[in-house]
Design a protein around this ligand. Structure first.
Ligand SMILES: Cc1cc2nc3c(=O)[nH]c(=O)nc-3n(C[C@H](O)[C@H](O)[C@H](O)COP(=O)(O)O)c2cc1C
Length: 140
């Protein structure tokens, strides 16, 4: 069965809820989601998969979380070419970091299966629907 990691950073749980929704959709589509907190996987290990879901909230001033997630993504960026990728994250008042992140994924030569999914705080029904669609597209 095709395994797809869902790798996330979270401070207060919102992005983890989003990761769980993506994982559920991946499993429902017949692939196997492997949900990993960022501390549980290296960029090298992540690069071993053909399709990945990555989740990180807006932190700092509209950037990825800088201590763990940004170093992980910086390392992974050079190994993303040809892969299918979905990205998602929660935010509080802005959310523009997502456009920068989308551009980085595309510039790395990966296929972004859907627009980056944002949720204001905890994911609402609309965000959940987008996460479900992204998970399904990753598993195809
Ligand atoms: C240190 C810090 C910096 C943040 N910076 C931003 C920001 O630049 N833009 C924004 O929209 N939200 C920002 N937020 C809000 C978080 O993105 C928001 O609370 C989000 O729901 C956290 O997701 P999590 O529950 O997965 O940790 C920040 C929160 C913290 C704690």
């Amino acid at each position: 069965m095709k395994q797809i990691p869902v790798i996330f950073w979270t401070g207060t749980g919102n992005t983890q809820m989003m990761a769980d929704a993506v994982a559920e959709a991946i499993n429902a589509a017949g692939a196997e989601a492997v949900v990993k907190n960022i501390s549980e996987i290296t960029a090298d290990e992540a690069a071993g998969y053909d399709a990945l879901a990555l989740g990180c909230p807006a932190m700092g001033a509209e950037v990825l979380e800088e201590c763990e997630f940004e170093p992980f993504f910086t390392e992974l960026e050079g190994k993303l070419a040809g892969k299918k990728v979905a990205i998602f994250g929660s935010y509080g008042w802005g959310g523009s970091y997502m456009q920068d992140w989308e551009a980085r994924v595309k510039d790395a030569g990966a296929t972004l299966v859907a627009d980056g999914v944002l949720a204001l705080g905890a994911p609402d029904d609309e965000a959940m629907a987008k996460l479900t669609e992204a998970g399904k597209l990753l598993a195809e």
